[in-house]
Structure formats: C-alpha cells, structure tokens
Design a protein around this ligand. Structure first.
Ligand code: ATP
Ligand code: MG
Length: 197
C-alpha cells in the first residue's frame, strides 16, 4: 500500500503580472518544502483588492502565468479559481483539491507580507487546520512568528528580490524598462494589450 501522500503546494496571487520574484520564490519553496507540485493559483476576483484599482482580466493574468512556468519542473499554473468564478477564497480551493483526491496533502505557500495578513482571510481558523504553511521571505515584509501560532509553519529562505507587480505596473506606466523583471513574452503581451497605461 502506498501511504505516502502527494504534497501539493498552492501559491495564490493576483499575478498582475507574474514577475521574477514570484518565480524565484516558487521554485525554491517547491524544492525546500519537498512539494511534488506547486500550483500557481491565479485568483479570479481578489476580494481584498477589489475597488482599489483596475485589475487585468483573469484570463490574461492566467495566460501569462501559464507561459512563465511552461517547462519548469514541478510548477503549474492553475485556473481553478477562475473556473469557479466569483470571489476567490483559498479555503474553497483547498476543499476543491482535497475533495477531488483525498490522498493529497495541501501546503499553502505565501510571502511574508501575505503571511502577516493571514488572520484577515476568509475562515482562516478552519484553513489553518487544513494545510501546512510555508512562508517565504520578501524584502520589506516581516511577519511576527508568534502571530502564526495556530499554523503548522515552516520558514523557507529564498533569494530576496525587491520586486512587486505594483512596481512593474508603475514602470510600465512610466515607460521604464521591465527587462529581466518579467519575461520577454510578458513585456510583449503588456505592449500588445496596452496594459498598465
Ligand atoms: P501587488 O504589488 O499587485 O500586490 P505582488 O507582487 O505582491 O503584487 P501578488 O500577486 O500580490 O504579487 O502576490 C502573490 C504571492 O507572491 C504572495 O504570497 C506574495 O507574498 C508573493 N510574492 C510576491 N512578490 C514576491 C517577492 N518579490 N518575493 C517573495 N514573495 C513574493
Ligand atoms: Mg501583493
């Protein structure tokens, strides 16, 4: 009998757009946390960001994530929150994953800024009992470990890259270079669809 559970990580985000910080964090979290696979889950409607700025259509954000991880072992773009529609809550994604395959163990991967906000997440107490948590460092972000007492948490050190999607959007609006922060394909896609003007 094979009682080794498959460890599936979920790394959720708006990914507007995906950048090198996400990708370096993802490959290293996957390796350090020994995940069979890490899903980059593109949020459909990021409820905590709604109303504060224009968000690129989910299908476009997903296409860019899919392209970015193509050929990268162990990383996969997931559109399950887009397929589900409505507001994106991580707990629903975890339930959907474990419901489809009870032999899965779900590991939630977040950057330190997201980790510091976990207590605001939908049904976070239930969520904390359903997943193991992996927190990766992020420049400028700090999470008090004692605030994560209810979680089974591991801290994974990844190369620090001070880049954010906000910075990419601002650079795009200003006409500053995006090279090496995002892929060539992403740069072309942004230009073609006139994103972040
Ligand atoms: P925005 O500026 O629009 O909020 P972002 O760069 O923070 O974009 P998100 O899609 O909000 O990207 O983040 C998705 C996940 O990736 C979060 O868990 C976040 O902490 C993590 N993350 C984003 N950028 C980095 C980075 N440079 N290093 C480590 N983790 C990161
Ligand atoms: Mg963010």
């Amino acid at each position: 009998m094979d009682n080794a559970k498959r460890r599936i990580g979920i790394f959720g985000g708006t990914f507007d757009p995906i950048h090198v910080g996400h990708l370096v964090a993802a490959v290293n979290a996957r390796a350090e946390a020994r995940l069979d696979e890490l899903l980059l889950v593109v949020s459909n409607s990021p409820w905590q960001k709604e109303g504060s700025r224009a968000i690129t259509p989910a299908e476009m954000r997903f296409l860019l994530v899919e392209d970015a991880v193509r050929g990268v072992e162990g990383l996969r773009a997931s559109d399950m929150e887009i397929q589900r529609g409505g507001s994106s809550y991580t707990i629903d994604t975890v339930i959907e994953l474990t419901g489809s395959d009870p032999s899965i163990e779900v590991v939630l991967v977040v950057g330190a800024d997201a980790a510091a906000g976990l207590s605001t997440w939908h049904r976070y107490s239930e969520l904390s009992k359903m997943v193991d948590l992996v927190v990766v460092n992020r420049p400028g972000a700090f999470v008090e470990p004692s605030s994560l007492a209810e979680w089974k948490v591991t801290f994974v050190e990844v190369p620090s890259l001070a880049v954010s999607s906000t910075e990419i959007r601002q650079r795009s609006a200003d006409g500053r270079p995006l090279d090496f922060l995002v892929s060539r394909h992403t740069i072309d896609f942004i230009a073609k669809h006139q994103l972040y003007r």
